[in-house]
Design a protein around this ligand. Structure first.
Ligand code: HEC
Length: 252
């Protein structure tokens, strides 16, 4: 080996060592937050899916106790997570922000379900308005409050389809929805992430598009302007059209 070749090998080795020791933490950190974001949004959707899967049960006027206790919903959330992620939900508390966030998310789910028991178990009442999006909005609020400026999550929608002003997209979210998610070439279901300030605070932002499936159109579909079962106004949305997004912020 020539002196030069040896030098460049040594240099390459030194660079690798420096990188792996974390002197250049950006790439691995960027990867960590990406992985955490995927896990947390998957968990959020896994919980909401329990509510979608059980809408008929929840709205069954003939039944009292629906058997959807907080513990039951947590159990179903974990099994939905496993199905979506292909692995068990790891709840080891290693003190990391992600571990805290997963526990905070499950606590939020428990709390929302405990508060909803008397509503969902009322016999003789059909439609109860305890929709997946309502559940998700409450979980998002409790989770974001509990994470106190470290993380926040939100279910949002394109501005033209917004029902609840509390879910209004901010400028960054709206921009990604309108210019990327709605563009013809954008890969369906692909999350978008980047570093961006949120109200002057440096953060990692992650947003995941969601589309109308057949079950959504009873409320969000045609005829546009007609009333749906909730008393809200149908958006005239089409099958597979972009209907919403889950937005997660991880502050530095
Ligand atoms: C029974 C009627 C109904 C069905 C079915 C329904 N939604 Fe909604 N959706 C609503 C209502 C009402 C709200 C407003 C909830 C609130 O007040 O927070 C809402 C809110 C949302 C939001 C939050 C943003 C906003 O506009 O406030 C998204 C996203 C959303 N729905 C998407 C979907 C998708 C996707 C499906 C199907 C998987 C679906 N919805 C099924 C009635 C429905």
């Amino acid at each position: 080996m020539t002196r030069n070749a040896l030098h460049s090998r040594l240099l390459a080795f030194a660079l690798c060592a420096v990188t792996s020791l974390g002197f250049f933490p950006l790439p691995s950190h960027a990867n960590d937050v990406e992985v955490a974001s995927k896990e947390l949004t998957t968990l959020f959707r896994a919980a909401r899916k329990v509510l979608s899967d059980n809408q008929d049960l929840i709205n069954d006027a003939s039944k009292g106790d629906k058997g959807l206790s907080a513990d039951k919903v947590i159990e179903l959330t974990k099994s939905n997570f496993k199905q979506a992620a292909g692995k068990d939900l790891d709840l080891t508390d290693d003190g990391s922000p992600t571990a805290k966030a997963k526990l905070a998310m499950l606590d939020a789910v428990k709390s929302v379900m405990n508060d909803a028991q008397s509503l969902i178990n009322e016999q003789g009442k059909g439609f109860k308005g305890f929709l997946p999006a309502v559940f998700a909005g409450r979980v998002a609020k409790l989770f974001s409050d509990a994470m106190a400026g470290k993380m926040s999550i939100k279910l949002t929608a394109p501005k033209a389809y917004l029902r609840n002003r509390a879910n209004k997209p901010d400028t960054w979210e709206s921009n990604i929805i309108e210019t990327m998610f709605k563009s013809a070439g954008y890969e369906k279901g692909k999350a978008y992430s980047e570093r961006a300030d949120v109200k002057g605070k440096a953060a990692f932002r992650y947003i995941l598009p969601e589309y109308y499936g057949p079950s959504c159109l009873a409320c969000h579909g045609d005829p546009k302007g007609a009333k749906d079962i909730t008393g809200g106004t149908k958006e005239g949305g089409k099958l597979d059209e972009l209907g919403g997004a889950i937005s997660l912020v991880i502050y530095d």
